[in-house]
Structure formats: C-alpha cells, structure tokens
Design a protein around this ligand. Structure first.
Ligand SMILES: *Cc1c(COP(=O)(O)O)cnc(C)c1O
Length: 453
C-alpha cells in the first residue's frame, strides 16, 4: 500500500544548507552601489546585516553548516511531513502521482520561519538588540516576530498600509510575539514622509515598506535589517525543505519529474527546487522545476532581466534580476506574498540560462484549484500556495490526456487560515482576473534608468 504521509525523525533534519551557487554554470552577477553603480563588496552590506549572513550571501561553498541552536528551534516543527495527494489524484482521475511538502505546520503557518530563525540567531550572536523589517500581508512579519521573540531581540515591522487595515489578525499575531507594527508609509522616516507628501492616502507597497525599514536600520548603528525573500542567504536557508523532500521521496520509492512552487521573490521555490535541481546541474538528471507567479505581477514571464533596486525609493543595492521596475504597482490581488516587482538574483540567472521554467496564472483559476485541494486533501492553502496547485492540476490533466504517468512534487508553502477574507471574496464572486494592458505592464519599466545587462 502507498503511504499517505511520509515522515522523518528529528535527527534527519538536515545538518547543512545547500548552496546552489557552487553548481551554477554561470555565477550570479555582482550587486552594484545604488549611487556610483560600481560593483560592491560584502562590506557595503555591513550596516544592515550580521557578518555571518553577509558571508553566506557571497559564499560559493556547496554546503553551509546549520548551527545546532537553529536545528534545535527547527525541531519545534521540522521535519515537516510530505504527503501523497491520493485524494486529489482520484478527484482529477489522473495517472499522475502527486506529492506535496507541507510547510504550514510551522508556528507562523508558512515556510518563512526557516529563514527567520537563523537570521535572528546570527543577529543575536553578534549582539544586535533590534531589527527592522517590512511585511506585506504579514507572513514574513509574523515569522520574524516569532524568531526575534525566541532570541530576545526587539522587532519593528513596517506593514503595507492596505494590509494593515484589511488583515488585522496577522498584525495581532506579531503583537502577541512582541513586535511593534506600523502602517507604512509612516511619518517616522524620510522615505515614508516623501511618499506621503506625494500622496497622503497612499495604500503603501512592499517596495515603500522596504525603503522605510532599510532607512531606519541604515541610520542607527544599533539596528539591523532583515529581508524575508529574494537574497541569496534567504534562499539558502529554505533548502531544508527540498533536502528533507529528497529523503522523503526516496522513502516513497519515487523521484519527481516536475517540482512546482509559487513564486514571490523566490525563497520557497528555491527551497523545494534547488536540492533537486542539483541533480540536473551535476548529474544531468531530467527534472523540470516550475515557478508559478500571478498574472498580475509577471516579472519572470514578462519582466526584463536587468539591474534594479529592491525598494521603491532606491536605497538598496542594484541587483541583477527579472523585474517589472521598482515603481511597478501590482493590482490588489489576494496573494499578497506574490506582489513584489523583482525576483531573486540566483533564480533570475537560472531562468536566464533556461535551467528552470516559469508560468503565470490568473487568480480565479488559483482559488478554484485551492478549493478543489481543500475538498480533496482537507488543508486550506494560502492564496499564494494556490498558484502552485493550479499548475499541479494543469500538469495532472496533461498527464491524463497523454495517458502517461508523471510524478509531481509541489510545495504547500503555507496554510490559508488567516486569509479567510480572501476566500470570502472568492465565494461571493468579488474576485476578478486581471489582464495587464501593455501600458500597465510597461508602467514601471519605461522610465527605468538603472543599468541594463
Ligand atoms: C512570502 C510567501 C510567499 C512568497 O515568497 P517567496 O519568497 O517567493 O516564497 C509565498 N507563499 C507564502 C505562504 C508566503 O508567506
């Protein structure tokens, strides 16, 4: 009989993170200074991040040891289970075999604590007492609140104003774990005041919130900054997902033909896909890795590969990435975690080199897929995660048409129990697909004066 739930014991939590840079045929291009536009070295990041994280950011070592203290905290929810989606297979009447890794069992309900915990830990080790960060819908903010609470660090969170008003429960979760949460744009920073001067009713954006959090940390020597996606060290920490999945697939006696994950900045995608992609890069093994983005924020499928800022105001280093432009304002879709203008540097280079694939999906197809999944497997997926599920269903239907087996693995990166208002809007017929016009798509790219590649 096929096992429904494939588990690992605590001592099977990985001892190292996997750094894919070691195996990449073309290494990522260097970041540039926002002012001089010259390549910067690791020391330029020192005002914001602890040295250990900066070392990881530029490391070419294939394996990086996970500190025992971090593995101890991981034990609160790791190893996470891998499930065979047997009921979904039946519902779809497909010859495909579908597996999913479930990251929603973490305290914050998503994959984000996998990096929040080591980030807080390295800050603690270097004596940092306070961190700032931004959050969109609140997933990252709550994960970092949990981690900072654990290590006794103060946390200041700049939360995109529209989410602050619409999604009060994530804010309360952050407060529960001791964080101070502000609706961004605020009047606490120059960046926030500049935005408010232009538009006093600005709903905010992730790019604006990043500007505020970075400015605050850059101006105060005692304060560091933390980012929940995009950067190399964040992707690195998330590889615990894929490393565990490798062992679990082996236990199940299977290996995926396709690995699928939703895509915001790239961290949960990298987390599940890179350990498998390793086999493609080093052993020529044929595994397709597909990143799924929302059609309303299609940087991978319709963006440009060029240097751009990570934030709206232009305070961060310039990164070589697929981007829609740092001024691009995505429609207010419910998958808040996917509404970011750029993609991580490593993932961008892999896409450029055609080693991974990307697709864009509309939100109605995603919610329909999410409801189908909840009916079959019981778990209510986060709106972000439904993007991956929509692509899983497409793959399973293709397999059915061809009458061939296909083994699919996807990352159920979070649950949706804090996102019921999104499901409510879907059930009440209030959600729409959003077809970007040429002008909308180019709104952030046409005046972009950052270096091309
Ligand atoms: C933050 C988040 C995402 C998007 O970020 P990535 O870095 O691309 O993973 C996707 N899903 C959930 C549940 C999130 O919290």
């Amino acid at each position: 009989m096929n096992e429904k739930k494939i588990t690992l014991s605590e001592d099977e939590i990985p001892e190292n993170w996997y750094n894919i840079v070691a195996d990449m045929p073309n290494k990522p291009l260097p970041p540039l200074h926002p002012g001089t536009k010259e390549p910067i070295g690791p020391e330029a990041l020192a005002p914001l991040f602890p040295m250990e994280l900066i070392k990881q950011e530029v490391s070419q070592d294939k394996w990086i040891a996970i500190p025992d203290e971090v593995r101890e905290v991981y034990k609160m929810w790791r190893p996470t289970p891998l499930f065979r989606a047997s009921n979904l297979e039946k519902l779809l009447d497909t010859p495909a075999k579908i597996y999913y890794k479930y990251e929603g069992v973490s305290p914050a309900g998503s994959h984000k604590p996998n990096t929040a915990v080591p980030q807080a830990y390295y800050n603690k080790m270097e004596g940092v007492k306070k961190i700032t960060t931004e959050t969109g819908a609140g997933q990252w903010g709550s994960a970092l609140s949990f981690a900072c609470q654990h290590f006794g660090i103060d946390l200041e969170v700049y939360m995109v104003k529209i989410s602050y008003e619409q999604k009060p429960y994530r804010k309360l979760l952050m407060n529960t774990w001791g964080a101070d949460v502000y609706a961004s744009p605020t009047d606490k920073t120059d960046s926030g005041r500049k935005i408010l001067a232009g538009d006093p009713n600005s709903p905010g954006s992730l790019g604006i919130a990043i500007s505020e959090a970075v400015e605050r940390a850059a101006k105060d020597e005692g304060i560091n900054y933390a980012l929940g996606s995009v950067l190399n060290h964040v992707l690195l920490h998330q590889t615990v997902i894929g490393l565990e999945s490798l062992k679990q697939m082996e236990k199940a006696g299977d290996y995926p033909d396709v690995v699928i994950a939703p895509f915001g900045g790239g961290s949960n995608f990298a987390g599940i896909a890179f350990p498998f992609l390793q086999h493609k890069l080093t052993e020529n093994r044929n595994v397709r890795c597909i990143a799924v983005e929302p059609a309303s924020c299609p940087k991978l499928t319709q963006g440009e590969f060029r240097y751009d800022f990570g934030d709206t105001v232009g305070l961060t280093p310039l990164l070589p990435m697929y981007t829609l432009g740092h001024n691009f304002v995505p429609a207010a879709i419910h998958a808040g975690g996917l509404r970011y203008h750029g993609a991580g540097v490593i993932v961008s280079q892999l896409l450029k080199d055609k080693l991974i694939e990307a697709v864009a999906v509309q939100q109605l197809e995603c919610f329909a897929a999410g409801v189908k999944f909840a009916n079959a497997e019981g778990i209510l997926p986060a709106p972000e995660a439904t993007h991956g599920i929509a692509q899983v269903i497409r793959e399973a239907e293709e397999a059915k048409k061809e009458g061939k087996e296909r083994t699919i693995l996807f990352n159920l990166c979070g649950h949706g129990y804090f996102d019921m208002s999104a499901y409510q809007d879907y059930f009440e017929g209030k959600l729409q697909d959003h077809h970007l016009t040429y002008d909308e798509l180019h709104s952030g790219l046409k005046d972009l004066d950052t270096p091309t590649i």
